[in-house]
Design a protein around this ligand. Structure first.
Ligand SMILES: N[C@H](CCC[C@H](N)C(=O)O)C(=O)O
Length: 293
């Protein structure tokens, strides 16, 4: 057993994140290691953000994003903030450019400690999400959950933030809906060939909405940054809000700005919990002890 790689257990508004330091290594965090780390209550996580050496000139690092079921994700806004905080603390740098399977990400730590991530441009074409069949207008698609004649959730907006999202608009408090029951059914609905992150959103003001998310490959989470972005752009393009909103998730508020150049900027906090070392092949791990070299 080789506990060679350093990690930090962190969170972004309660979105449970492991930042894994895979720099200088050719191997990857295996799906088995991810599932083992998730099975231990102390290291239970929503996403692993594995920091690798850069593969592209002009970028700081290549980041691989792994869900708690071992699958890969194209985007993780909250995890990206955690990566920025960890690297900023190590290097003193404030501005970072990362590469992921979905493209290039720019991010920046501000003086007040909050971190902004440029989540890129949203995409709305049915093939971009992707959906299994053509929908000309993705501001509202035909999909429902609950009794056929009285659906509890229906007619979501869909959007890609690099990863697939469906946003169900609701009138009542987002907490009264049984997302634990409807989430898995909708995540795996045949309309979503790559599955989807499922959110319910209540618009509370022209610049505010409340959001809960059932994440693809991770389940119910306290926060999902890319879902907050997908909800914000979907609210704006359906005339429910303006382009600058506060999205309140169970873990707290995120500031989302859909800029005129089409980029979506997400700003929020990140928090360190503890550090350790782990084996990227098996997920065996130990806590860094006080004063350890
Ligand atoms: N928690 C992440 C999103 C994870 C998305 C992942 N569950 C997927 O498979 O797309 C966030 O803050 O953006």
């Amino acid at each position: 057993m080789a506990l060679e790689a350093a990690f930090a257990k962190m969170n972004g508004l309660g979105n449970a994140i492991i930042v894994a330091d895979m720099r200088g290594r050719a191997d990857r965090v295996t799906p088995e290691a991810a599932r083992a780390l998730n099975a231990d209550p102390a290291t239970r996580f929503d996403q692993i953000m594995a920091i690798h050496d850069p593969r592209l000139a002009g970028t700081h690092n290549y980041i691989e994003i792994i869900n708690s079921d071992g699958s890969q994700a194209q985007a993780c806004g909250n995890g990206t903030r955690c990566v920025v905080q960890a690297l900023a603390a190590e290097t003193g740098e404030k501005v970072f450019t990362f590469q992921t399977i979905a493209g290039i990400l720019n991010a920046e730590e501000h003086e007040d400690g909050l971190i902004s991530v440029d989540m890129g441009k949203p995409r709305f074409g049915w093939q971009d999400i992707p959906l299994a069949e053509e929908f000309r207008d993705t501001r509202m698609i035909e999909l429902q959950a609950g009794p056929i004649d009285a659906p509890v959730l229906h007619s979501p907006s869909v959007a890609s933030m690099g990863n697939p999202h469906a946003i169900f608009w609701v009138e009542r408090d987002v907490n009264v809906y049984d997302l634990e029951r409807f989430g898995p059914l909708l995540e795996n609905h045949p309309i979503f060939p790559e599955r989807a992150n499922i959110s319910i959103a209540q618009v509370t003001a022209e610049n505010a909405l409340n959001l809960r998310t059932w994440e693809r490959g991770a389940g119910l989470t306290l926060a999902c940054g890319s879902a907050a972005c997908a909800a914000a752009v979907s609210a704006a393009r359906t005339g429910r809000t303006g382009r600058h909103v506060t999205v309140t998730v169970p873990g707290g508020p995120l500031d989302i700005l859909w800029r005129e150049d089409d980029h979506v900027i997400m700003t929020g906090p990140a928090e360190w919990e503890f550090s350790g070392r782990f084996d990227p092949a098996t997920g065996a791990w130990e806590r860094e002890t006080e004063g350890a070299a």
